[in-house]
Design a protein around this ligand. Structure first.
Ligand code: DLZ
Length: 157
């Protein structure tokens, strides 16, 4: 997919709207936290770089990726302008990852359709840990950064 061809964190700074005055909720999963907390850092660094005040960022930590939609809805209820969901589900021996990934993607898409703020899918779905590391500050950039940029752009749509 695209990440093979490009660093996901390459973006044109001039095309990114300011986040000044915006309230951003971030739901982050503790599973694989060496990955997800690196994504979280990329995300918050990028939001503040583009004008979001630190005190306008509310972070909700949940046990696993499956719990992200619940936290996302709670953040919506606190009047956020956008909610970013961060997780990492590494493929295992069974199809457990498939059930989590599809259900979370569907749940977040439903939230997007139902409510009038953007819910951003910042969930890595790698086949192994190295692929996750590559996308959490490694050779393919930081997917948390990309999620932040997406939120900033979607708040303007
Ligand atoms: C159970 C589970 C497994 C096997 N793997 C992951 C994973 O790779 N990444 C992740 O975020 N969460 C995982 N979980 C936990 C589930 O997301 C969830 O927390 C539990 O099933 C409880 O609802």
């Amino acid at each position: 997919m695209a990440s093979v061809l490009q660093n996901l964190s390459n973006y044109d700074e001039k095309s990114v709207p300011s986040g000044k005055g915006k309230k951003i909720g971030i739901a982050v999963a503790e599973w694989n936290k060496h990955i997800t907390f690196s994504l979280l850092s990329g995300c918050t660094d990028t939001l503040t770089k583009f004008g979001v005040n630190e005190e306008d960022i509310e972070i909700s930590i949940v046990p696993g990726t499956f719990e992200l939609p619940y936290a996302a809805k709670q953040l919506y209820d606190k009047n956020m302008n956008a909610v970013i969901c961060i997780g990492c589900v590494i493929k295992g021996e069974t199809d457990h990852d498939v059930y989590i990934n599809y259900s979370v993607a569907n749940a977040l898409q439903n939230l997007n359709i139902q409510y009038n703020i953007p819910f951003i899918f910042g969930v890595l779905t790698p086949n192994n840990e190295q692929q996750a590391l590559d996308r959490a500050g490694g050779k393919h950039g930081n997917k948390g950064t990309e999620a932040a940029i997406t939120a900033l752009k979607m708040m303007q749509v």
